[in-house]
Design a binder for this molecule. Structure first.
Ligand code: PXP
Length: 241
């Protein structure tokens, strides 16, 4: 079964534009569950530009779906994760000035640090995912580091046109195969929409997709419930071939 994790960060982006409590990302998470999502993803950024600490605690306490907490591998985030105890932590690279997560982690540059960091989360019973580009060396490093999961970055695939688009799908498919052969669970995400989700859903080793920005944009036009149901049905169609 291919799971959908709905990223609710941008409900908080809209809320924060005005301050106050509206719209509530926890309400969006509950709605996502009703619409068929299998998980909720939230990124607690260092600058708290969308999700805030209290949102993460509420998502864990008030929503009956596994919580995937995206975060940078910092000491501050480790303390928060150990307190919240999400189902999984997805470690992502973070730069203050970026608009979104622009590329995967470079595991080769920080292998020793990440191995210790991942160990602390694993010892607390939290599954650990590493957000990386679909690159064979990065995937092999993820296995050495002791991650449970790799989330393959689909951003380049979503932006590529023509032949490059096909090349990128091939890279993701080969990466997924390599990861699964090493015993890693394989997820994918970033930039996916109705048009790009099918070929990714068709890769059999991928068992979870994390999708946010496009769904929240569509929610403005057709509602979040409809957008999630449509995405789930396109995922299903992509998987069944
Ligand atoms: N996966 C990871 C690790 C991410 O950082 C993001 C963006 O926050 C997503 C998935 C979802 O990407 P998008 O919002 O473009 O669907």
């Amino acid at each position: 079964m291919l799971r959908l994790g709905v990223n609710i960060d941008h409900v908080a982006t809209v809320r924060n534009a005005r301050g106050g409590l509206h719209p509530d990302p926890v309400r969006a998470a509950r709605l996502a569950k009703k619409a068929g999502a299998q998980g909720i993803t939230a990124h607690l950024r260092e600058d708290r530009r969308h999700i805030r600490d209290e949102d993460v605690f509420r998502l864990k306490a008030e929503v009956a779906l596994p919580l995937n907490l995206e975060m940078a591998a910092t000491e501050e985030m480790l303390c928060i994760a150990l307190e919240v105890r999400p189902n999984a932590c997805c470690l992502v690279p973070e730069r203050r000035e970026e608009l979104t997560t622009e590329g995967g982690l470079n595991l080769l540059a920080d292998e020793t640090y990440l191995k210790t960091y991942v160990g602390k989360l694993s010892d607390a019973g939290i599954r650990v995912s590493l957000f990386i580009d679909p690159d064979e060396e990065q995937i092999s490093a993820a296995a050495r580091i002791g991650a449970d999961i790799v989330e393959l970055h689909t951003g380049r695939y979503c932006e590529a046109l023509g032949a490059a688009h096909t090349d990128e799908i091939g890279r993701i498919a080969r990466g997924a195969k390599h990861a699964a052969a090493l015993g890693l669970e394989v997820h994918a995400g970033h930039g996916l929409d109705y048009a790009t989700v099918g070929p990714i859903a068709a890769i059999p080793e991928i068992i979870e997709l994390n999708i946010g920005h496009f769904l929240m944009g569509e929610a403005i036009f057709e509602g979040l419930d409809v957008a999630i149901r449509r995405m789930r049905s396109l995922m299903q169609r992509g998987r069944s071939g």
